[in-house]
Design a protein around this ligand. Sequence first.
Ligand SMILES: Nc1ncnc2c1ncn2[C@@H]1O[C@H](COP(=O)(O)OP(=O)(O)OP(=O)(O)O)[C@@H](O)[C@H]1O
Ligand SMILES: [Mg+2]
Length: 376
Amino acid sequence: MSSAFKISGLHKAYGSNVIVDDLDLEIEQGEFLVLLGPSGCGKTTTLRCLAGLETPERGTIELAGRPVFDAAARTNVPAHQRNLGMVFQSYALWPNMTVRKNIAYPLKVRKMKDALAAGRVEEAAAMVDTGHLLDRYPSQLSGGQQQRVAVARGLAARPELVLFDEPLSNLDARLRDSVRTEIHRLHESLGFGAVFVTHDQSEAFALGDKLAIMNKGRIEQMGTPQEVFDNPGTDFVAEFIGMANRIELERAGSRWRTRGGNEIELLRELPDAQHVVARLWPDDVALHRAGDRVPDHAVALDAVLLASEFGGRHYDVTVAAGPEQFRLRVASAQHGAWLRSAHEGEPVVISFRPEAMQVYADSAPVAPAQALAATA
Ligand SMILES: Nc1ncnc2c1ncn2[C@@H]1O[C@H](COP(=O)(O)OP(=O)(O)OP(=O)(O)O)[C@@H](O)[C@H]1O
Ligand SMILES: [Mg+2]
């Protein structure tokens, strides 16, 4: 299969600020790539380089095998000839144009007269349930309707690649779910390749064929959602996808000491490391009332309750074990009754299975599947 796009050695700086740093990124045709990363890491800049709205200093970009940018060869195909759709976070609808004219705009720019005549605008509007809004102006639409129109405009020319820059972040939670499902469905039926930028892990896991986690202008990890979930490659990735619990460990002979003074045994030798970091998902940490039995083979730490928040079927609980805080997600059915009346400072015990820990030395993974640990 050929690639939908291929970025190699891309470099973009503003003055002395390097924003995209020797970036390589590629997806197959029809693949849906989700790009996740913190604010300012260069996600929008990368999309703008792909779209031809920014000129990088170095590197190459191919779209469907065709070079559209090559700094060395001075190739730079203008944006309107790159045949890709773009859906911006800000919607960016033209306020002085009706919905019909907004959706028709990419067809007009590409001089697709036949498609215009064949009702492609109406078809695109209907796909996202905005067919009845064609003669309105953007100011006469709700936010959700504007977002749908922006999606219709991005897809109207049937581009092979569509770039979505946080298209759902201005929508309320319910609408976000329904537009997300629509985008998913459209991708399945139309088969376009996509790059979809988001901050939201659940959006990323739900939509992506592949996830790329970006940090400071580079890709830290790329894989399927399952691969990234099972094996976050670095401490940064683990943090970013919601593996919120972080335990700093210092070597203490053959064991490892937490900052709270507990000793944990990592079954794997890490001969060169003095400090490592372990990561745990909130729902892999169990809560026990002081004095309750802790499962055999689990790592147990004494802690105190700091806060608990009701979430329906679960509680989000924060505890402190020594100087380190842990976030737990526990079942209401199991703990709701006493958590409702529990107070801050109440002694508790937390426990986790050693194999639930991902261990990182210097933020590189330590063969996570084998980095088993046992209690001291
Ligand atoms: N035209 C510009 N001139 C100078 N600096 C810029 C310009 N555009 C972006 N930057 C800087 O480049 C960095 C990356 O910006 P970019 O918009 O790509 O980030 P992002 O990953 O999309 O972040 P966010 O999640 O907040 O949208 C930021 O520090 C930003 O201030
Ligand atoms: Mg951005």
